[in-house]
Design a protein around this ligand. Structure first.
Ligand code: ADP
Ligand code: MG
Length: 724
């Protein structure tokens, strides 16, 4: 037997039949090695034996007694059908316990009245009495014939060290209960354990007090104490995190060595000129971010920096600073926004800021005519355009740059290693003819929880703007039930009468097609309904406009333009206004069906207000249908801190769902848990960084196995080059 032996080729004594194999296949378990990696999801503690009268509902208990009666019933196909139930009554003089086995009609010949049995299993209430379904059992007085001695599933231990009080519980599927997985693991584990090679060098394991890999697998499957399965988990979780972090740092090292970037110039004259363009003084946080960014840009290595800061914290000027550094060094800069509205807004504000300067800025969006588009593309390719603002399509597209120095990606939640790869070679060539990669800045207002950022984007440096520019009023958030909507709108009306502006956000344009993903709800207050209501009701006489994704880009732009100019009082919109829209006079927001939005989305939406010096209020109208939705609304009321909300989101939804480890393409973590294992993660990260700086190719004689496992696990999604 070997680790790569398929389950179909096990010797007769360990045979796994075709039906079970098919069930194992559904768990992605095909070989013995796969089986060992199918780890228990938890462990059940089995109580010391008790009398039947002491049994308590819900516990995993052991008890014993005498069979007083048995019965086979139910099931199609008669007495020997595989379905149906076999029942037995167990008495011990203190009380009665009913035992029920499903699909085991043969027990009718093995469990007979008068026999004494030891049983183990979960105690359920059944009518007035207690019962155990499918108990593990054994005879107390063995029958004379050995063949007849029934040993039940987990009683036939081949591993003397395992503690029978601790039972592993495996992820199971229909037709393959945990107990069968347990039995199969027990039967093969001893023969293959010694074949498990450790990829971590012994000295390192010692330094970190990690058990050997084979010991970890033994302790995970057959723990002799709770301490053992905890130790096993620690090793296996750490392994996962360490491999991931080694991959991330290995990639970083490879990128560092294989790509070059144009080193930009930075001196006090350039700094003074750039700052002179800004209508305000930078905050200390912005200053710090600018310094960090600039120090990246002067190196001939492609910068890869995340600038995170809450909505309205002022990330744009940090980006503009970097872009102007590129232009000052005779290079180009590109700014990419997730939507056309945002691209247009950025373009307008940059054009305003640079008015009267020599910097040539262009906008490249889908709403340009073919001719305009050709002109911009030609200008970007020839270098006559210094800065281009567009949507994220700029990256992937075949837009040719003369010499792109800095690429800024704004407000993007999802960015994978692969997306950034699209920028390679867009920075022209260096004096020796080698293609160069531009520096990249990613700006996000949806901060990635630090835990996740460290794990998946460990090759990204981060700058954080923690404090908002001076003079901001905190946003007050309230959550009300739908029956209070009337009062809410009357109050908003008073704001509109005072010359301020408001957003009303709805989850869908019409109830037939929800943009929040819950399509076809007739009760939904969609954009049409809300519009009709406000127009003839609370907001009668006010200037109302709608904004949604089905309008053409030109129409949307025109609406935004009028709203910004104060020609519209209230904008009723779907989530197209989600990110980046900057209108300081908008001080109120009402979100209809707030329970339908995700936490990150609500936070983004709320960021549309509170951008001026007047106090802003956000009202969430919602009737949450589940505790999770309610937690989201509560979190929104409790805090406006995007970092806190991002961590909360991670807790509520789990890391896989948030900001996409899936989008990034990373394999899921099977043992480690980013919330629970923060300390392990920090350790793995530190060690991985030190490891790669010491051994940048992982080519040492005792690193071969490590390298092979690393490549298998992470080579593809990280795009690691295997030079070994
Ligand atoms: P975000 O980080 O959400 O992209 P912006 O860059 O759009 O934020 O900035 C939000 C608003 O704050 C803008 O109106 C901007 O002009 C203003 N702002 C940014 N930095 C400062 C500052 N240092 N002092 C005053 N206002 C600032
Ligand atoms: Mg912004």
């Amino acid at each position: 037997m070997r680790l790569d032996t398929p389950l179909s080729e096990l010797p007769a004594s360990h045979r796994v039949g075709p039906a079970r194999r098919a069930a194992f296949a559904r768990l992605e378990v095909h070989t013995i090695g796969d089986l060992l990696k199918h780890l228990p999801m938890r462990y059940e503690r089995i109580e010391a034996p008790t009398t039947i009268s002491e049994l308590k509902e819900g516990q995993i208990a052991r008890t014993s007694g005498e069979i007083s009666a048995t019965r086979l019933s139910g099931g199609k196909g008669g007495r020997f059908s595989k379905s149906g139930r076999f029942e037995a009554v167990l008495l011990d003089g203190t009380a009665r316990l009913d035992l029920v086995w499903f699909n085991q009609p043969h027990l009718t010949h093995r469990v007979l009245p008068g026999m004494r049995l030891r049983v183990q299993g979960k105690v359920n209430r059944y009518g007035v009495g207690l019962q155990i379904v499918n108990p593990v059992w054994e005879l107390i007085r063995p029958e004379p014939e050995a063949e007849d001695r029934p040993t039940s599933t987990s009683a036939e231990s081949t591993e003397p060290r395992a503690d029978p009080h601790i039972r592993p519980v495996y992820p199971a599927v229909e037709g393959l209960p945990s107990s069968v997985i347990e039995k199969t693991v027990r039967s093969v584990l001893p023969s293959v354990l010694d074949q498990i090679d450790d990829h971590l060098p012994e000295a390192y394991r010692h330094a970190r007090s990690l058990p050997e890999l084979k010991a970890a697998y033994r302790m995970a499957h057959l723990p002799s104490s709770e301490a053992e399965h905890r130790e096993a988990r620690r090793r296996l979780a750490f392994d996962e995190l360490l491999l991931l972090q080694l991959g991330v740092f290995l990639r970083r090292e490879q990128v560092r060595r294989s790509t070059i970037a144009p080193a930009l110039t930075w001196n006090s004259t350039i700094d003074r000129h750039i700052r002179a363009r800004f209508p305000f003084t930078l905050t200390p946080d912005q200053d710090k971010a600018v310094t960090e960014v600039a120090q990246d840009l002067i190196r001939p290595v492609p910068a890869n920096r995340l600038v995170q800061g809450d909505v309205g914290s002022g990330k744009t000027v940090v980006a503009l600073y970097a872009m102007l550094m590129a232009v000052a060094s005779g290079r180009q800069a590109a700014l990419m926004a997730p939507t056309e509205i945002l691209a247009e807004q950025h373009f307008r504000s940059i054009a305003d800021t640079l008015e009267g300067s020599k910097v040539r800025v262009s906008l490249l969006t889908g709403s340009l005519s073919d001719r305009e588009r050709q002109d911009v593309l030609a200008g970007v390719a020839s270098g006559s355009i210094d800065m281009v603002v567009g949507t994220h399509a700029l990256i992937g597209e075949t837009v040719q740059f003369d010499a792109l120095g800095v690429a800024v990606i704004d407000e993007q939640h999802r960015f994978g290693v692969h997306q950034r790869a699209g920028l390679r070679g867009k920075a022209g060539v260096d004096p020796t003819g080698k293609p160069m990669t531009p520096h990249t800045l990613v700006m996000t207002a949806t901060p990635i929880p630090r835990t996740l950022a460290l794990t998946l984007f460990g090759d990204l440096d981060t700058s954080t703007i923690e404090h908002l520019p001076p003079g901001r009023q905190p946003i007050v958030t309230r959550w009300v039930r739908p029956d209070q909507a009337g009062e809410v709108y009357q109050w908003v009306r008073t704001r509109l009468d005072a010359g301020q502006q408001a957003f009303v956000v709805v989850p869908a344009i019409d109830a037939g097609a929800s943009t929040a993903g819950e399509g076809g709800d007739a009760d939904l207050n969609d954009l049409r309904t809300v519009h009709a209501r406000l127009e003839s009701g609370e907001f009668a006489g006010k200037r109302i406009a709608v904004l949604h994704g089905r309008l053409s880009a030109q129409t949307r732009d025109a609406v935004m333009h009028r709203f910004r100019a104060g020609e519209i009082d209230c904008l009723i919109a779907t989530t197209v206004i989600e990110v980046g829209v900057d209108i300081p006079n908008a001080t109120a927001m009402v979100v209809e069906h707030a329970e339908q939005f995700g936490l990150a989305q609500l936070h983004q939406l709320r960021g549309r207000i509170g951008r001026g010096t007047k106090k802003s209020v956000c009202v969430l109208i919602g009737e949450p249908g589940n505790p999770e939705a309610e937690s989201r609304l509560r979190a929104m009321v409790e805090t406006t801190d995007g970092f806190v909300l991002a961590e909360r989101d991670l807790e509520l939804r789990g890391p896989g769902e948030v900001f996409g480890s899936r989008q990034a393409g990373a394999p899921p973590l099977l043992v480690a848990d980013l919330m629970q294992d923060r300390e392990l993660l920090a350790l793995a990260r530190r060690d991985a960084q030190a490891w790669i700086s010491r051994s940048p190719d992982l080519a040492g004689p005792d690193e071969r196995l490590l390298r092979a496992r690393l490549m298998r696990q992470h080579g593809k999604w990280l795009g690691l080059a295997d030079v070994g």
